[in-house]
Design a protein around this ligand. Sequence first.
Ligand SMILES: [Zn+2]
Ligand SMILES: [Zn+2]
Length: 372
Amino acid sequence: MTPSGDYYEILGVSRDASQEEIKSAYRKAALKNHPDRNPGDKEAEEKFKAASEAYSVVGDPQRRAQYDRFGTVGDVGQGGIPWDSGLFDDFADLLGGLFGFGDLFGGGRRARRPQRGADLRHDLRLTFEEAFTGKDEEIKIPKEEPCDACNGSGSKSGQRITCSACRGRGTVAFRQGFFTVSRTCPQCGGEGEIVRDPCQECRGSGRKRSQKTIKVRIPAGVDTGMRLRIAGEGDAGEKMGPPGDLYLFLEVEDHPFFNRSGEDIFCTVPLSFPQAALGTEMVITTLDGEEKLNIPAGTQHGHRFKISGKGMPRMGNHGRGDLYVGIDVQTPKRLSKEEKNLYAELMQLEKEREERGSGFFRKVFARLAEGR
Ligand SMILES: [Zn+2]
Ligand SMILES: [Zn+2]
């Protein structure tokens, strides 16, 4: 029976609340008290179960009408929430698939058909250069593989018999507090059937945990945050079901000299005052060779030169991005006596030019004086 009180009270809604209000009240209570969020908190778990029970009744218009009239709903009082009624799926949908229900209440709604194997994740770190060239990689991952001894069937002969523990139902019921929960049958794993002569190697599961080495080709141009899907390299499926996929999560290391944004690569080179003023030619060591860069006279600090087609390879496309070389004009910190004299001479020349009225500051001051 339900010592937990009035279902409307549990959900904190009035007796004439709409189905939408009830749904949203339950959703709130369930998210707050779900055991996944409150590990070890018995009170939260009880609240969660109570709210779920309440919702299983008043969340369904027909059952709600019955509850309103009789103050009870038969199957809840006698046997907990009827999980095979389909409400289980509603709950999961309601919570946006955030949490599992199966483990908490025993679930017991396993499909009897072959199941697809799980997808697997593997994180892979690449250097900047490896991302540029692409790479053949050998990855070792622990995963479920079809059992050799039985070819994945779980049985030598393939013969199956009805499970004696659950008489083919796939679930067994037992009492837990005021709930009677049905739980996946431990003997047959919810299938309702067992193999007559289970394979010794895999104990009838058809799968064996093993370490597999997979060769993958990482294409040139990959970047941090990309995922590569390798079809069929996830866990083997249960009962000869199809395998899952393997996902490689990529992370590309930083480079001491180059940065990238998409397919373009950026770098900065230092330039002295005289080089910037007089112009020069420099050689940039790119990721695939050397590039001559002509720096014209009068190049400004912060200017960016573009070297077309010397960036990262475009994935799935032909061609490459561009390389941008930024200029960092450096002010000398220590000067020799001779350099000091030369700079002083330069300053004197600049001063004279100012006084003739063509200097930069002269112009600024003139404008200020005119009020512009
Ligand atoms: Zn086997
Ligand atoms: Zn069974």
